[in-house]
Design a protein around this ligand. Structure first.
Ligand code: FES
Ligand code: FES
Length: 150
């Protein structure tokens, strides 16, 4: 069945199976591969994208629910050649190592930015609580987001 939605500010139309996951439609059908799969069970946050401004796990969302929605992935953060301030802060603070978790953290932080332009450190930690990282120990990620949104 065909669905239409907006992906990173561009209209897309794609033919999906009834239970196809948003994650697979993004990566396999639309070839937008910045969104990563970690657990595939809604536990790690690696697949976080924004749907109508809200952070969701793309591994849990049937793509068919996206009719008419605004979807933003990590590819939609940078503006032309300029990194988003959160991406720049990750770079400067060493907030990414293997990088598998990074798109999910960036999108969770982007949602926080929409909700709360100047969050406290506690709000940053709370907003990122659903995202797991095996490499960094979290401190550099929290530092990066806290600085970018200060
Ligand atoms: S891959 Fe979706 S939450 Fe882990
Ligand atoms: S940088 Fe490797 S899992 Fe986070």
């Amino acid at each position: 069945m065909k669905i239409e939605f907006t992906l990173n500010e561009r209209p897309v139309r794609v033919d999906v199976a009834p239970m196809a996951r948003l994650l697979d439609v993004l990566r396999e059908d639309l070839r937008v591969t910045g969104t990563k799969e970690g657990c595939g069970e809604g536990e790690c946050g690696a697949c976080t994208v924004l749907v109508d401004g809200r952070a969701v796990n793309a591994c849990l969302i049937p793509a068919i629910q996206l009719r008419g929605a605004q979807v933003q992935t990590v590819e939609g953060l940078a503006r032309s050649e300029r990194l988003h301030p959160i991406q720049q802060a990750f770079l400067e603070h060493g907030g990414a190592q293997c990088g598998i978790c990074t798109p999910g953290f960036l999108m969770a932080a982007a949602e926080l930015l929409h909700r709360e332009p100047h969050p406290s450190r506690a709000q940053v930690r709370e907003a990122l609580a659903g995202n797991l990282c095996r490499c960094t120990g979290y401190q550099k990620i929290v530092d990066a987001v806290a600085e970018a949104l200060s």
